[in-house]
Design a protein around this ligand. Structure first.
Ligand SMILES: [Zn+2]
Length: 419
């Protein structure tokens, strides 16, 4: 009796489902996947007439609809239902497409399909009473997880090595964002270090359409191996965790600007380049060209924005808990980011410059904890999301299965995990 109850226990059930899913996934690696019939073709009966319009710059919905012979009343009705039922109020040039279907060549348009993304289409049909109805259809995607591995060569940057490994630029930027929570790219990266990334590729009708998310990443940094896994908790939220299940996304970033060189480190004593005498450097300087956007190191609220002789244009944020960050020597601010504005992690708050006491364009970045300056490169930062005991156990099981799958991909990088 106890056993039967155990099996039906939701935790065990979830675990079994996860294990089964991964097992199937592993099997799928070795299978040739049969392509699905394209979603669009089923709508094209041979006796109807369909034309496709790619939205060009200057096109408006009403212009395109009127060109197809629809009346002003129809245009108004279509615009209303598109906005209300599909959230579409504007068209994007060069990316949105519209299909018009007629029963015969000369018949009025009876069906309109708006395609605002490769994964979504909005179908509008005219009923017998002449009213337009709207239905949103998600296009099924075939998602595969692929594995790419690389190595840092002499004089290399992580970006160059990642490119060489065939990792697409967008994925590489995401990986950089993730690793930056744990690594100092200035000091932790050396020739000979190896890394790998597992990420999603989305296919439709056998054709690759775009890349998805980073599922796992590993980097053999100088301070030790950094590994992160994307994991979905039982409440449906996802996050990145290290191999032990600790939250990998920290409330603050050590290096707000990706790939920027550290030109001056935090120290309690240094000779000031402008003043000439020895003075503590309470932050870290990152070299970047004037105008480079400065992202907020963490979510928070702007508590100061102004100018002083030393910092030039500066902005200061207060984050959750006891942290504040300061950004100095800005060339300019972002218009809508003022004192009192709440900002997201990564949101642009200003632009690099050389205002105040500065010898050239750079970002001077400070982290203040409980009113005291700390070294951004070494301070232990709190994680945004941690796993409770039960989730940690589930995560560990997921991670082990994922590691097994990655081992298979390592042996043959032409394989992929069917998700
Ligand atoms: Zn500085």
């Amino acid at each position: 009796m106890k056993k039967a109850k155990d099996i039906l226990n939701p935790v065990n059930l979830t675990r079994m489902v996860v294990a089964l899913a991964i097992l199937l996934t592993l099997i799928a690696i070795f299978l040739v996947v049969t392509r699905r019939a394209p979603a669009l073709d089923s709508r094209r009966a041979s006796d109807t007439c369909t034309s496709v319009v790619v939205v060009a710059s200057g096109d408006t919905l009403s212009k395109l609809l009127l060109e197809q012979g629809l009346t002003h009343n129809d245009v108004d009705a279509i615009a209303k239902t598109l906005k209300k039922d599909a959230g579409i109020s504007t068209l994007r040039a060069d990316s949105d497409k519209i299909e018009f279907t007629r029963q015969t060549d000369n018949a009025p348009v009876s069906k309109i399909v708006v395609i605002p993304s490769p994964w979504k289409q909005v179908e509008l049909t005219c009923d017998e009473a002449g009213a337009w109805n709207c239905k949103t259809v998600d296009i099924e995607r075939d998602t595969r997880a692929v594995y790419r591995a690389g190595e840092i060569l002499d004089g290399d940057s992580f970006y160059l090595a990642g490119n060489r490994a065939g990792i697409p630029a967008g994925i590489l930027a995401d990986v950089y964002d993730l690793l930056a929570f744990e690594m100092d790219f200035e000091r932790d990266v050396r020739a000979g270090q190896k890394f790998w990334v597992v990420y999603e590729e989305n296919f439709s009708d056998g054709k690759k359409i775009d890349n998805g998310r980073v599922l796992a990443v590993s980097f053999d940094a100088l301070r030790g191996n950094v590994k992160m896994y994307r994991y979905r908790k039982s409440d449906g939220t996802t996050g990145y965790y290290d191999a032990d299940g600790n939250g990998a996304i920290k409330s603050l970033k050590r290096t707000p600007i990706n790939n920027a060189k550290v030109t001056s480190s935090f120290s309690n004593k240094r000779k000031h380049p402008v003043l000439g005498y020895t003075r503590a450097h309470k932050g870290v300087d990152f070299r970047a060209s004037t105008g480079t956007p400065i992202p907020a190191a963490g979510a928070g609220r702007v508590i100061a924005r102004g100018y002083n002789r030393g910092h030039g244009n500066y902005i200061k944020l207060r984050h959750n808990g006891s942290y504040e960050t300061l950004y100095a020597h800005l060339s300019r601010f972002v218009k809508n980011v003022k004192v009192g504005t709440n900002v997201r992690q990564g949101q642009t708050i200003g632009y690099v410059g050389s205002t105040g006491m500065s010898t050239g364009p750079h970002l001077h970045y400070e982290i203040i904890k409980d009113g005291k300056h700390v070294n951004p490169m070494t301070v232990k930062l709190p994680a945004i999301s941690n796993l409770d005991k039960k989730e940690k156990k589930n995560f560990t099981e997921y991670r082990k299965l994922m590691d097994d799958a990655i081992e298979e991909l390592k042996k043959n990088q032409n394989l992929f995990i069917q998700l």
